[in-house]
Design a protein around this ligand. Sequence first.
Ligand code: ATP
Ligand code: MG
Length: 576
Amino acid sequence: MKWTKALIQTLRDDPADAEIDSHKLMVRAGLMKKVAGGLYTYLPLGMRTLNKVQKIVREEMDRAGAQEIVMPILQPAELWKTSGRWESMGPGMFRLKDRAQHDYALSPTAEEMVTDVVKSIVSSYRQLPLTVYQIQWKFRDEIRPRFGLMRSKEFLMKDAYSFDTSLEAADASYMAMFNAYKKVFARCGLKAYPVEADTGDIGGKFSHEFHVLADAGEDGIAFCDGCGYAANLEKAERKVCASLTSGKDSASLLMEVIPTPGAKTIEQVSKFMGVPGSAFVKSLVYSVDGTPVMVCVPGDRDVNEVKLKHFLGAKKVELADYETVLRATGANAGSVGPVNPADATLKIVADQELKGAKGCIVGANKDDHHIKNVDLDRDAKIGDYGDLVIVRDGDICAKCGKPMVIKRGIEVGHVFKLGTKYTDAFKAVYKNDQLAEQVMVMGCYGIGVSRTMQAVIEQSHDKDGIVWPASVAPYQVCISLLDPDKEDVAKVAFDLEAALEAEGIDVIVDDRAERPGVKFKDADLIGFPVRVVVGGKGLANGGVEVKRRCDDKSKMKLVPVAEAAAAIKEALGGLA
Ligand code: ATP
Ligand code: MG
């Protein structure tokens, strides 16, 4: 490909709305162009990479025995009503009507539609197991579209769905996808870690997310070096150590109300009283499916709303509004606590670490007052204790007892065991060998194809630009032709291009009438894995210069023209 014929625009400046490096680089390297918030046009360079990622995904899906289909993006509301998700998906789903006023959704995912299709074709155990997949555009009305392709309104997803005769058989389908995912990400040059995850609104019993570690990641992940435990913070569990509770075990003193004027947060009250945050019980009032519930956690901890939701078996938990808090406790947020709330029937739940806590400080349910010397068993009516907090750095692994570390991750893929949530709703049944009808068992498996492409950049870039792995680079080789007007020099470049292309290597020849510095800067910005400099001076000195993007200048090699193709192949060979 000649650069002069390619639609390439590189930019000197970072786009104003880009917060993370990969987003800045995708725009500056001319891989994509913003249309509106969360919507992008993939330009030729970006499209080439997107296609390469898709090809890898397709090959690994096929190899794992999955069969490709494609389903409509426009999905009738009836399907979503059958599963109950027409309501539960809320405003995150784009909805529209046709001219006959029938309701539709733009597919945010496709469990409903695929179940409906498979149910209409599969009727016997002989047709199972079955895994189908598609690579299709998905739409989500994200609250905050940001970070370019990381969280966009329209994105490319590979979604696969498995159907099995039993839970055990479904485990095998799950593992086949799990292993295929490892291969997909490795082939994209990504280091992706499977971590235990919450199953979210999609339902189901068990799931893993694949995360690429990056400071810009939106998810927190707890890792244990001791046993390899890795879990999304939404799910991660810790072991409660006796030492954490014993600090609160002061003598059986009586409660004492103390004024704490103007101090609202634990930090402020702790400063005012001169005691550490860990001596406090943090109390928050939540609206749980519309009913107020007080949630108590150690003062230096945060509530994990996902765990809380599961613990209470609720559909929706959110912080209660100020009137509800006042009605339930008699005070405003900041002064509420588990001892004698105004509403004596108020349900109170607490984190397991607070079991048996004594000598602690709680809000007094009276504005600007706290109570000290509280013995939770003696003075409060805690309905239930559970694991309700977000784990943090240094917390003890529940599996092996070693301390955990918290890292940031980008979720590039997600595998779920779904059980019969959708097959029950759609009555997707098959006949077993006794001709008895049974419900199929499902799994679902997503890869954010467009997010993966950007995650590669987030993981592999430097101050000058992108450093593509060879497998998904838009072009693997860039020949910087320094004297495009000199016929003999140009011939060397184009002959080399032809020789490499004959071997299946993608090449772009920078034949622009630009200064060498401009060409090198652009090549580094776009991040072609191997750069070859072809110029009159170099040829006079004995050949062409070959350099890998990931190496510094000192590793540049001057190679005779006759050996150039072999040297380039060798340079590429060592790259992912
Ligand atoms: P997230 O937690 O990041 O919102 P999710 O758990 O809602 O993602 P899934 O329903 O599991 O996403 O979708 C499968 C994959 O699609 C995700 O692992 C992710 O890689 C990708 N994905 C999800 N939402 C977006 C988005 N708004 N933009 C780009 N990719 C996305
Ligand atoms: Mg997910």
